[in-house]
Design a protein around this ligand. Structure first.
Ligand code: C5P
Length: 223
């Protein structure tokens, strides 16, 4: 495809959503929140009474999911599954943990691969996740890999959740983020790691503005 892609990868709570929304505003490109697809599939499996470790059965649910993303800012974004609003449940850290459990499966990843590529529509796509630059869109025009310490990410996650009206304990969040990192980095298939041609941005101690200034410089350089 000649449709340009910007890949934004990194661990949980690192600010991929913030960077992605900013890039969408700036470019007018479409957005793929790939993590949401893993989250939706995990919740759909739970709802259907399918064991999350029965990977083939989980993967088999993927083609039938009717998903629509609406809104464009953090405040009016909603994710509908089969016409129902799943936004709130999808955001919960417990859902992230369920998603990372099914994400270790090659069958599940394969079932979601084409669905992700289908988002690549003119004029372009900003895609965020774990393997956008390595597996799903290896030919992306620009690849960003964001990182930050687990403590910093837990702090940001807590703030983000509290804005959404969800209370979360800091120590618990830290522990959940570490566990999710270990699973995402350690899995055999599509582990979380920067593509060889990705630009690394360590956001520890950086304000959102400073991160975006860095992203802007890189995107201007990439044309
Ligand atoms: O990004 P988000 O926190 O929504 O992702 C939830 C989980 O889905 C991740 O922890 C990861 O296990 C999985 N995921 C993935 N590949 C992606 C996006 C998400 O494995 N591209």
């Amino acid at each position: 495809s000649t449709v340009p892609v910007i890949a934004v990868d990194g661990p949980a709570g690192v600010g991929k959503g913030m960077v992605t929304r900013w890039l969408v505003q700036r470019t007018g490109f479409h957005r793929l929140d790939s993590g949401a697809l893993y989250r939706i599939l995990a919740l759909a499996a739970v709802a259907a009474g399918v064991d999350l470790d029965a990977h083939a059965a989980v993967a088999a649910l993927a083609p039938g999911l009717q998903i629509s993303f609406t809104g464009s800012s953090e405040d009016d974004e909603a994710i509908l599954v089969g016409g129902q609003d799943w936004t709130r449940e999808l955001r919960a850290e417990t859902t992230g943990a369920l998603a990372s459990r099914i994400a270790v499966s090659p069958e599940v990843r394969e079932a979601l691969l084409q669905r992700q590529r289908d988002f690549r529509l003119a004029p372009g796509l900003i895609a965020d996740g774990r393997d956008m630059g390595t597996v799903v869109f290896p030919d992306a025009r620009l690849k960003l890999f964001l990182d930050a310490s687990p403590e910093e990410r837990a702090t940001r996650r807590q703030r983000q959740l509290s804005k959404a009206g969800i209370a979360a304990n800091f120590a618990t969040l830290c522990e959940e983020i570490r566990a999710r990192d270990a699973r995402d980095r350690g899995r055999a298939v599509a582990p979380l790691k920067p593509a060889s041609d990705a630009h690394l941005i360590d956001t520890t101690g950086l304000s959102p503005e400073a991160v975006l200034a860095r992203v802007e410089a890189l995107s201007v350089a990439a044309g």
